[in-house]
Design a protein around this ligand. Structure first.
Ligand code: ASP
Ligand code: MG
Length: 417
């Protein structure tokens, strides 16, 4: 069997969903299809949630009405019989409205997962109903009963053993050739919805691939494949046809937006290849990530990670950082979910470059107990793999660099945005 994952951009319009049907109808393999929320629905649901948490139900319901009308438009454009589409999503919007009107927003992260997860519930209902209307039999699954995670809301960790039992029980390719489930969402053992982190649908697809022993996982994207740089930021980008798992992990960790960083491990563990294919031109080959590759990457790879903060901490009692304080600082950062992208230490200080998230201020407050803390925000981190002087000059020339690290093959530059 194979796993296909379609992201938000692929399902943002009726045209995109028709293209899914086109792609799916050309394969005869057993398929598990993983789908994200449509277009910018997750962002919109975050706004619904924010109003709800501020106890502004009217504003929350009003934003939800926008989400509903967007989906309604896609349904109108898509289905020959509109009722096929509305019948699939109406119960979900009803549930959402009743959660918003009767719920009390106590715990932000828990409510995030409860509400925002509906984006994927709705999109998969639509895709499943449209596949059926197009004569492609399929079974829709609620991943909130099949992927089991811990209760680390908004960034839950999948429990592979329990999930495997449930998923293998639910999926029987002798009964259905095509199953469809949500990316990004899951539940803890008690059944409370959880999510796997923003852009987590790739990770869901990889986990499903692992648990069902897929022959391959394919992520369909609105790009030609994996490029050596983001074409919106750099000129003259080229396609990288083949990457090793290690290459892919390093690129994702450096901030390459192409795949979610957690995606590779479940695939590497079972040596399942990951294809990144162009959604708009499925006849062209994209990129493949796998264990052994024919030809190492021979072009420089540029990755820009925006919205970074450089945090420097010094123990207040002047103790040596590496001997005494390192673990204390990291425990606090980990507890507050800081994503560390670079580390530098001296005798009495340690500097880390982290994503600027809503958790940062809580972490800084707690670090203040034992450390003197200073920070710079508004930074971006450029990673160059396959570094040479010309490319350094071209990409960093004239820029103010706050921190620079170099190894034999790579360079990392933390700069003002
Ligand atoms: N819908 C989620 C997000 O936008 C998950 C995903 O698309 O991968 O973050
Ligand atoms: Mg997405």
């Amino acid at each position: 069997m194979k796993v296909y994952k379609f992201g938000g951009a692929s399902v943002r319009s009726a045209e995109g969903i028709r293209n899914i049907v086109r792609i799916v109808s050309t394969v005869s393999d057993n398929l598990f299809i993983v789908v994200s929320a449509m277009g910018k629905t997750t962002n919109a649901m975050e706004i619904v949630l924010d109003h709800f948490m501020k106890a502004d139900r009217d504003a929350s319901l009003q934003k939800l009405a926008e989400v509903e009308s967007y989906h309604d438009q896609v349904i109108t454009d898509l289905f020959a019989t509109k009722e096929n589409g509305t019948a699939a999503v109406n119960p979900l919007f009803k549930e959402l409205k009743s959660l918003i009107t009767s719920g009390v927003g106590d715990d932000y992260d828990r409510w995030y997962d409860r509400l925002v997860s509906y984006g994927e519930m709705i999109s998969t209902r639509i895709v499943s109903a449209f596949l059926s209307e197009s004569g492609i039999g399929n079974e829709w699954l609620d991943m909130r009963g099949l992927l089991i995670t811990d209760s680390n809301f908004r960034e839950a960790n999948v429990r592979m053993d329990e999930s495997q039992l449930r998923l293998q029980k639910a999926v029987d390719f002798t009964k259905n050739r095509i199953y469809i489930g949500q990316g990004f969402i899951a539940a803890n053992i008690k059944g409370d919805p959880t999510t796997l982190g923003r852009e987590g649908s790739d990770y869901s697809a990889a986990v499903v691939g692992n648990l069902l022993n897929a022959e391959s996982v394919t992520i369909w994207k609105d790009v030609p494949g994996i490029l050596n740089a983001d074409p919106r930021l750099f000129e003259d980008t080229v396609l990288i046809p083949e990457l090793s798992y290690l290459d892919a992990v390093e690129l994702a960790y450096s901030g390459a937006q192409i795949i979610h960083p957690k995606t590779i491990k479940p695939l590497e563990n079972k040596q399942i290849p990951l294809y990144v294919n162009p959604f708009g031109t499925p006849e062209l080959t994209g990129s493949v990530i796998r264990g052994s590759i024919q030809k190492p990457i021979d072009v420089p790879v540029l990755i820009l990670r925006k919205n970074q903060v450089l945090v420097t901490v010094r123990p207040r009692d002047f103790s040596f950082v590496l001997e005494e304080s390192l673990s204390k600082a990291f425990v606090v950062m980990n507890k507050h979910r800081l994503k560390i992208s670079m580390i530098q230490s001296s005798a009495v200080s340690i500097s880390v470059c982290v994503d600027n998230t809503r958790y940062l201020s809580g972490a800084l407050d707690e670090l203040e107990t034992d450390f003197k803390v200073s920070y710079n925000d508004g930074l971006e981190l450029l990673t160059i793999r396959g570094i040479n002087d010309a490319i350094v000059q071209k990409t960093t020339g004239g820029r103010e660099i706050l921190l620079f690290q170099r190894t034999r093959r790579s360079g990392r530059f933390l700069m003002k945005e």
